[in-house]
Design a protein around this ligand. Structure first.
Ligand code: 1HE
Length: 268
């Protein structure tokens, strides 16, 4: 039996389960612009470690209030006056949370609005799909704050936009928004209305795929990026061997053979 997610176990995350298995997870610290303190990171670790074993079919990740996430909780960090070792350990907890997101096998769709900055951009970049709206803007203000990224931006943000753009963002505080943010790879969708509504629609679509197929899409592709091309191709064949012969796929193949399945058509 699948393990259960109990929303009452979470303080800084609001979790809403829908009947189709879509879960909406909202960082609920609007008074702090959803800055990530150490407790919130622990809740993210717990949720994203549990979700793949709890029949969660897709996740929409959002923020409460006008901003998605202001990054590291700078006030907590200032007050804690951490040692290098303590901050190193903290970063490993961020990595634990974000790796569970990216490699966990459940689709995560980030509904972005307002500030997606610093560690907030690191969080968003661990999602599988990013949806921006007209208020969304992206930045890495660490450079101006006397800090450095510690939540995986050197891998994920550089992977999305390329190292030259990431260096420019950090050295100069450059902000990206709107179509330009989509063009450089920070978001895949830009909507005029609510990014949350659009992200929910995408999550509902993804939730209709077979779970094992989504598991492969949302873990294997990321793992394969870490391999040599030769090994990645081998691993791809191995994953396809398992996924493409799953019994649950037979009904879908039969529908195609019967001509009852939807055909792929161009957009109107
Ligand atoms: C915060 C944080 C925070 C807001 N930590 N408390 N991140 C940054 O450098 C972003 C810093 N934040 C901002 O630039 C702005 O706050 C925002 C653009 C996000 C929002 O602006 P605004 O005008 O709506 O809000 P505000 O008045 O600046 O802040 C409202 C409150 O949120 C205020 O607290 P209050 O008690 O005075 O009301 C702020 O202190 C609080 N707040 N952002 C803590 N980040 C693993 S390494 C990762 C490295 C990083 O992420 S560096 C952080 C980069």
């Amino acid at each position: 039996m699948a393990i259960q997610i109990d929303p009452s176990h979470y303080t800084n995350l609001a979790i809403e389960a829908h009947d189709d298995g879509v879960h909406v997870v909202t960082i609920n610290r609007p008074h702090k612009r959803n800055a990530l303190d150490s407790d919130t990171i622990e809740e993210l670790v717990t949720f994203f470690s549990t979700a793949p074993r709890a029949d969660v079919r897709a996740i929409v990740l959002s923020g409460s209030g006008d901003h998605f996430c202001a990054g590291l909780d700078l006030i907590e960090h200032h007050k804690a006056d951490r040692t290098p070792a303590a901050f190193w350990q903290l970063c490993l907890r961020w990595h634990e949370a974000f790796n569970k997101m990216e490699y966990g096998g459940v689709p995560v769709i980030a509904a972005l609005k307002g500030a997606v900055v610093g560690g907030g951009l690191e969080l968003a970049s661990a999602a599988h799909i990013r949806v921006a709206d007209s208020t969304t803007y992206f930045a890495l203000p660490e450079g101006q704050r006397g800090l450095f990224t510690g939540g995986g931006a050197t891998i994920r943000v550089a992977g999305l936009v390329g190292k030259a753009r990431m260096i420019d963002m950090m050295l100069t505080g450059r902000v990206y928004q709107g179509q330009e943010a989509v063009d450089i790879g920070l978001a895949q969708h830009l909507v005029e209305g609510s990014s949350l509504d659009h992200a929910l629609n995408l999550a509902r679509k993804a939730a209709q795929n077979l779970p094992l197929t989504n598991f492969a899409i949302c873990s294997a592709i990321s793992h394969m990026q870490n391999m040599s091309p030769l090994d990645a191709a081998y691993a791809e064949a191995c994953v396809a061997g398992v996924v493409n012969t799953q019994p649950e796929a037979r009904a879908r193949l039969e529908a195609f053979a019967n001509k009852t399945a939807a055909r792929v058509r161009p957009n109107e």
